[in-house]
Design a protein around this ligand. Structure first.
Ligand code: ADP
Length: 666
């Protein structure tokens, strides 16, 4: 076995790899960017070396620096994890050139699978079934259009060099083919510098089923069964499971055999995943092969009892595969839920923030948590906003699903918005329990998965009001402390104010809802007028945003965190983000409700589509921001005239920054 391995990654996967290395007695070397100086993965390894500034381009993708660290730290091998350098053939070659083992397939295999068109040609020759379509050299629009007609609509145009759903267009109507082709080509050229496309029959509500394969340098190749990754948002996986529900053993075996044939066809070595798309009749077709360890590998580990990272290390070290095909078996059922800092109600917009509180279920034989985030850590704009992978296992699917629901329930994150509640709704959905998964799942059950939230409870509103009132108290106490006259009545907040009525009106916005709380000052508490009646309230506000409140005599722990106008409040299992509305700035309510003219998160201005003085219609695109590798279009919430444009192309904006202003036209 290797003596020392460098882990060229960060976050949960770096921690995960370090765990296996430690178990095998292998010394680990971490690399970290300036933003990650105190990150979990730095502490998980025996050594950690800085490799550059926060942007991945300058640190985690800095090939030269990483190879230099490998040399200086005495690492014999580099594990690239997933993402970053894991599917970079040049990097694999550079490692070989430096005499360091790249823990992954040969560069030639990475290259062979890098082009979807070329990969299809190889797979067809190896007898692996393909989606009906065209992946040939004649790229003239006339030819492609006639092929599309032969395939039959709907068709899918895909960028051959594609990834991450870019350069992909579904076309339902032949009349729209040319325009869609132009669009897909433009995107492909922009993203990959190559506008070659392929055509596929668009399968309606298919399933995404992938097979884990492994091959060694001694001619052995096996599969470790399949994973169903059908539940997706924006073509990205949300919940994965193994085995795939409802798949017969014969089907499983045939998919496994095809996947092994695919791996053999390209002289594969190490861990790989062959992705298939499966139609409603159970016919499956090759989609692509990922030449690395997948995010969702833990579900395979849970049902097979194998450690795939240990397999990777052994194979890279030149050992044969630890097991033959016959010796690999699976028991029970496993799920993985990806917990992200993102807002499902805003089209899964990635979020950032400092994790003020993190409470997770206990780990045991049934529950595994892979994470690189601890309480106090920050989710920044620089990297993937995944907080953790929650993995559960039990003897059968219903039992495992119960564990998943319970564990999601036990998960609390404060400090950023997360998809945890959304995942809980998916897991608890009867159609999911029945195993009825396909890639359209979230769309099909949209109404159930995005319920119109009920109005916040009086209890939650009371906590929000207390947070504001006690905050005002603290600010006043601070002013008093600094003023030299701590007893001046001007600093008092007990309700007695010169010329002031002894109550305070607070406005909160909950989406479209306008909520008012009137707080009357009493000697020992506030008397709150809430939608459901009055409530006596008092409490203590701690510096970390936690509160101990007493509501009508009941003592409760609560939490509240305010960033700008947004106030996140949690009490008694209910959590809500409200907007604190200051009635003094008239007109703000409308704008906040639309939330469209301020930056939803920190990012870069990609383009400005309007100029000052322009007339715009409601819904018109005004500006495009890029944040966390996603584009976000800022649209006009009303028709009007553009009064100010506050940023230019290339500018950095912070969250909540006012981007533009629109005024009503006379
Ligand atoms: P990328 O490499 O850009 O992620 P993929 O080829 O892996 O693109 O496809 C991503 C997702 O798009 C799949 O998981 C599936 O949900 C959907 N998809 C791909 N091909 C088809 C098809 N022919 N019909 C229907 N959906 C498809």
């Amino acid at each position: 076995m290797f003596g020392t391995v460098l882990i060229a990654n960060r976050g949960e996967i770096a921690c995960r790899i370090a765990r296996t290395c430690r178990a095998l007695g292998v010394r680990t070397v971490a690399v970290y960017s300036e933003a990650d100086a105190d990150a979990a993965h730095v502490h998980a390894c025996d050594e950690a070396w800085p490799v550059g500034p926060a942007p991945a381009r300058e640190s985690y993708l800095n090939t030269e620096r990483i190879l230099e660290v490998a040399r200086r730290s005495g690492a014999e091998a580099i594990h690239p994890g997933y993402g970053f350098l894991s599917e970079n053939a040049e990097f694999a070659e550079a490692c070989a050139g430096a005499g360091i083992r790249f823990i992954g397939p040969p560069a030639s295999a990475i290259r062979a699978m890098g082009s979807k068109s070329a990969a299809k040609t190889i797979m067809a020759e190896a007898g692996v079934p393909l989606v009906p379509g065209y992946h040939g050299d004649d790229q003239s629009p006339e030819h492609l259009e006639s092929v599309a007609a032969e395939i039959g609509y709907p068709v899918l145009i895909k960028a051959s060099a594609g990834g991450g759903g870019k350069g992909m267009r579904r076309v339902d109507d032949p009349a729209e083919f040319r325009e869609a082709l132009d669009g897909a080509r433009r995107e492909a050229r922009g993203s990959f510098g190559d506008d070659t496309v392929l055509l596929e029959k668009y399968l309606l509500q298919p399933r995404h089923v992938e097979v884990q394969v492994f091959a060694d340098g001694h001619g052995n190749a096996v599969h470790l069964f399949e994973r169903d990754c059908s539940v997706q948002r924006r073509h990205q996986k949300v919940i994965e499971e193994a085995p795939a529900p409802g798949l017969s053993d014969a089907h499983r075996q045939s998919m496994g055999e095809k996947a092994v044939a695919a791996a053999r066809a390209i002289g594969y070595e190490g861990a790989g995943t062959v992705e298939f798309i499966m139609d409603a009749e159970g016919a499956f077709f090759f989609m692509e092969m990922n030449t690395r360890l997948q995010v969702e590998h833990p579900v395979t580990e849970m049902i097979t009892g194998e450690d795939l990272v240990a397999w990777q290390l052994r194979v890279a070290h030149g050992e044969p595969l630890p097991r033959s095909q016959e010796a690999i078996s699976h028991t029970g059922h496993a799920f993985e839920a990806r917990i992200y800092a993102e807002d499902p109600d805003r089209d899964f917009l990635p979020a950032i923030g400092t994790i003020a509180r993190l409470r997770t279920p206990a780990e045991d034989a049934h529950v595994r948590i892979d994470t690189g985030i601890r309480e106090g850590d920050t989710i920044s704009v620089h990297y993937d906003p995944m907080i953790a992978k929650l993995v559960v296992w039990d003897n059968d699917r219903p039992a495992a699903l119960r564990r998943l629901c319970r564990a999601l329930d036990d998960w609390t994150v404060a400090g950023t918005v997360t998809n945890t509640e959304f995942l809980g709704r998916v897991a608890a959905h009867p159609a999911f329990a029945a195993g009825g998964v396909d890639t359209g799942f979230i769309e099909t059950y949209r109404d159930d998965l995005f319920p119109v939230p009920e109005a916040p409870s009086d209890r939650l509103l009371a906590v929000a009001a207390l947070f504001e009132l006690l905050g005002v108290d603290q600010a006043a106490a601070e002013r008093a402390r600094q003023s030299g006259d701590p007893w001046s009545p001007w600093h008092s907040t007990d309700g007695w104010q010169p010329n002031s009525d002894n109550h305070h009106v607070l406005h909160f916005l909950d989406g479209e809802r306008d909520l008012t709380v009137v707080a009357h000052y009493r000697r020992d508490c506030f008397l709150l007028d809430l939608p459901g009646g009055t409530m006596q309230a008092n409490g203590t506000l701690h510096a970390d945003g936690s509160l101990r409140v007493v509501l009508d005599g009941v003592h409760l722990d609560a939490r509240a965190l305010q960033t700008g106008e947004r106030l996140r409040v949690g009490v008694s299992g209910e959590e809500r983000e409200l907007v604190v509305h200051d009635p003094l700035s008239a007109g703000m309510a409308e704008e906040l409700r639309e939330g469209s003219l301020t930056a939803p998160m920190p990012g870069t201005v990609l383009s400005v589509l309007v100029s000052e003085g322009d007339h715009v219609e409601e819904g018109a695109a005004l500006m495009v921001l890029e944040a966390m590798k996603m584009e976000h279009t800022i649209r006009a919430f009303t028709a009007g005239r553009v009064e100010h444009v506050n940023f230019r192309q290339g500018d950095q904006v912070s969250e909540g920054a006012e981007l533009l202003a629109i005024g009503a036209e006379e």
